[in-house]
Structures are given as C-alpha cells and as structure tokens.
Write a new protein. Structure first.
Length: 494
C-alpha cells in the first residue's frame, strides 16, 4: 500500500452519515472541476486554411505596404531631381511676346537752317542766286521738321535660344550630385524593404512561436489534468488526502489560465499578421514555414565584410560625395560663364526693320569679379559639410559593426541554448516518467509530479523562444548587412 494512503480512514464507508455526505459534496466538486477541464480539452482543431510560406507572405506584405510605396515615390522623386539637374546641358529655348504703349512717338527733329548752309556758296555767285538764297533762308531758316522713327504702339513675338558653353564645371558636378541623389533614393527604398522584412520576420515567426506556445500550454494542461484525474481516483479509493487534490487542482487551474493567455496572445499576433498582409481577420491562413536553425551560418568576419555594402553605409557615402561636389561647385564660382544666344522675331507690329533686325546672334560672358567674399564663405561651409559627412560615415560604420557583433553573439548563444535545451527536455521527459511511476508506488508526492511536468513545459517553451531568438538575430544580421535574400535561402536549407 502506498505510503501516502490515509491509514486512519481505511474506507470512506466507515464514516458517519454526516461525514459521508460532506465527503460526497467534496468529491462532486472535484468531479465537476474535472469535467469542466475535460470540456476545455476537447479537440479544438483549427479550421483548415490555406498554407502560406514566409517567402510568399513577404511578397504580399511588400505589395500591401504603404511605407514601401512612400519609399518608391521618394526614389522616383530623386530620379526626377537627377534629370532636372541634367537639363543644364541643354539649351534654353523660349518664346516671348510683348506689347508696348508710349506716351510719345519716337521721332527726330531737324532745323532747315543747318541743311541750307552747304548751299550758301552756290547762292552767292550772283545777285539773282543770292536773292533766291536769301528768300529761302528767310522762309525756311527758322523752321524745323520731324522724322518719325517708331509709333506710340508697337508689339513683337520672338523666339530666343541661350546655350552655355562654359560654366566652370558646374554642370559636371551638378550631374554627379544628381546621380548620388538618385542613388540615395534607391538605397532608401532598400532600407525600407529591409525594415519591412525584419518586421515581417518578427510577425510571421512570432505567430509561429505563439502557436507553439499555445500547443505546449495545452499539452501541459492535458498532462496535469490526467494527473489530477489519477489523484481523484486515489482520493476516491482513500489512497491520498484532500491536500493532494487541492494541490493538483491548483496546478490544473494555473495551467488553464496560462493556456488561455497563450490563446489570447496568438489572437493578438494573428491580427497583426493579417493587417500586414492586407487581409481581413476573417481570412484563414496557416503559417507553413516553421521556426528553424541553420547548421552552417557564415562567420562573423563574413557578415562584417558584407556590411560594407549595406544600404545605410552606402547612403552615408553618397552624402559625403555630394558634399565634396558642392565644394567643387563653390570653387567653380571663380570662373566666368560663357554662353551663345540668338533671337528671331517671328511677328512684329509698328517696328521698323532698319531699327530692330529680325535675327540676332551673339555671345555673352558673365564673370563675377567681387561678391563680398560670398564664394570664400561658401567654400568654407562646403568643406565643413564634407567633414561632418565623413564623421557621420565613420560613426555609422562603428555602430553597424557593433550591432553586427551583438546580433551574431546572440545568434551563437541561442544556438547553444537550443542544443542544451534539447537534452533538458529529454531529461525532464524521463523525470516525469520516473515520478509518475514513483507516485503510483507511493514513492513520490503530487508536488514532485507537478514540478516535473512544469519543468518539462518550461523547457519546451524556452526551446521555442530560443528558436525564435535565433531566427530574429539571423534576420537582424542580414538586414544590417543589406542581404535579406540570404535569410530565405537559409530558411529553406535548415
């Protein structure tokens, strides 16, 4: 007979009637509690739904992401800026039209006296011509006449073209800046994709972790419920006392609470899962890509080498290049701007062609000799921007390398924990078997059985958590290095 059998009460039938009635009430309470738990543990299979892998779902997340649409628009905007900076290589062609009204006409006024003076020698030859000359002088000498040049109202429609042939290198440097701006837009889109990728890894595998946790909690509840049933059977046969029943019942209720909490957590993560996919929560998708561990991850040095091409560092480098080109543009202000131009009058009104030719071609030179030391200050500011960009790049490189070290060591720790927890689970499985057998023989207590079962569930939960930590650290590594495609490849080679 087991050692924990109550020897003072060898049989329930030996109680008094009152004690028998109280004992029946207690047994009924245990029975109802057990039936309620059995109802909770009835098979509750998830409704069959469409399986969706991580790669398939990631493409759908990209398609549905508004943040990615913004990044794509920013990239298109950067490309447009590059194209607008290239426009300086082309001539400027413009059509102009003007109408002018003046308060007075443009005309030339001339006295007749100055026009008659060259003829004085001719008129003085004889008396007759002298008389004629005097008469003309007396009649016209003090009068004037006007010759109109342009009317009060005049208008014209012209076509003009201007083409700079030398700008001191400004156009070359502006084109280089445009390329870097477009490159930054492309790198910004890549960074956004990496951020969305990391967030989706957290969500997708977080849902997988929640489902596994819920499964472990349910299995733990089932195991404790089975033990509770054994304790009730022992109690009914007078082989244990009420304290063991209460201990077992408390353990079951605690396991039930943890299981319900795990179910709620799964629902929360599932809602986020559907939101990122752009689907209604009534849809039914099953995650088909399990938590994994890859056996041959490259070395830390490999990840650090890959990080040199990370979008973050490349964008910082592009900003440094832009700062250097701005220095060159500031220096180019010391050189003149030479351009050729032409104008063709297409239509005119009241404009004499002898005063304003319809076609004009020429060249112009603009050289800023002194601008109040503005160029010197601009060069100084541009050089300061270069120094700032260089320091920002170096600091970003240090922080990125530190983040890679941290993520890689977390990855290694998770891998070691997974190997350790595998043996821990095997040992706790054996411990459960031994203590259950010992309990039936009276060599172990209910508390020891419950502790063994709880330790087994805890080890399984920790194992799933370490798998999740491994996957998250791996995703973090590839995101930092700008190579998220490797995650999908390694997940398929687990």
């Amino acid at each position: 007979m087991p050692s924990h059998i109550n020897k003072d009460f060898p049989c329930l039938l030996s109680y008094s009637k009152l004690d028998g009635f109280i004992q029946t009430i207690i047994l009924m309470r245990y029975f109802y509690s057990f039936c309620y738990i059995c109802l909770l543990l009835l098979p509750n299979q998830r409704s069959s739904g469409q399986d969706i892998s991580f790669s398939e779902s990631l493409n759908q997340v990209y398609t549905n992401s508004n943040v990615l649409r913004i990044a794509e628009n920013e990239r298109a905007k950067a490309k447009s800026i590059h194209q607008s900076l290239n426009s300086s290589w082309f001539p400027t062609i413009a059509a102009t039209g003007s109408y002018t009204w003046m308060s007075d006409k443009i005309e030339v006024t001339q006295e007749y006296k100055s026009l008659l003076e060259p003829f004085d020698s001719y008129f003085n030859k004889n008396i007759i011509t002298q008389t004629i000359g005097n008469t003309i002088h007396n009649f016209l000498g003090n009068t004037t006449f006007s010759v109109p040049i342009m009317d009060q109202n005049w208008a014209s429609i012209d076509a003009a073209i201007v083409y700079p042939i030398f700008t001191g290198g400004r156009r070359i440097y502006a084109n280089a800046i445009g390329k870097e701006i477009e490159n930054i837009g492309t790198l910004g889109e890549q960074e956004t994709r990496a951020t969305i990728f990391l967030l989706w890894v957290e969500t997708y595998y977080g849902l997988q972790l929640s489902i596994e946790n819920e499964k472990v909690r349910k299995e733990n509840l089932q195991a404790l419920s089975n033990h509770y049933r054994e304790v009730l059977a022992f109690k009914a046969n007078g082989m244990t006392n009420e304290m063991d029943c209460l201990i077992a019942q408390v353990a079951v209720e605690d396991a039930e609470r943890q299981w319900k909490a795990a179910k709620k957590n799964t629902s929360i993560v599932q809602y986020r899962f559907y939101q990122m996919l752009g689907l209604d929560s009534t849809c039914n998708y099953n995650t088909s890509s399990p938590l994994f561990i890859h056996s041959s991850i490259p070395s830390l040095e490999w990840f650090i080498a890959q990080s040199h091409n990370a979008p973050l560092l490349q964008a910082m480098k592009a900003k440094e290049t832009i700062a250097n080109k701005n220095v060159n543009i500031a220096i180019a202000d010391y050189f003149p701007t030479i351009a050729i131009f032409g104008k063709q009058t297409l239509m005119s009104y009241n404009i004499p062609k002898n005063l304003m030719p319809p076609t004009i071609v020429g060249a112009s030179l603009v050289w800023n000799i002194f601008d109040g030391l503005q160029r010197e200050r601009k060069i100084k500011q541009s050089k300061i921007d270069v120094a700032i960009s260089n320091n920002q790049y170096n600091e970003a490189q240090k922080q990125l390398t530190t983040a890679i070290h941290k993520a890689y060591y977390e990855l290694e720790n998770a891998k070691e924990s997974i190997n350790t927890l595998g043996s821990t689970i095997a040992m706790t499985d054996e411990l459960i078997r031994i203590r259950k057998a010992a309990y039936k023989e009276g060599m172990a207590t209910t508390t020891e059985v419950i502790d063994a079962q709880t330790a087994n569930a805890k080890a399984k939960l920790m194992l799933m958590a370490e798998y999740y930590r491994y996957d998250m650290m791996l995703a973090t590594l590839v995101s930092l290095c700008g190579i998220p495609q490797h995650f999908e490849k390694w997940s398929n080679q687990q």
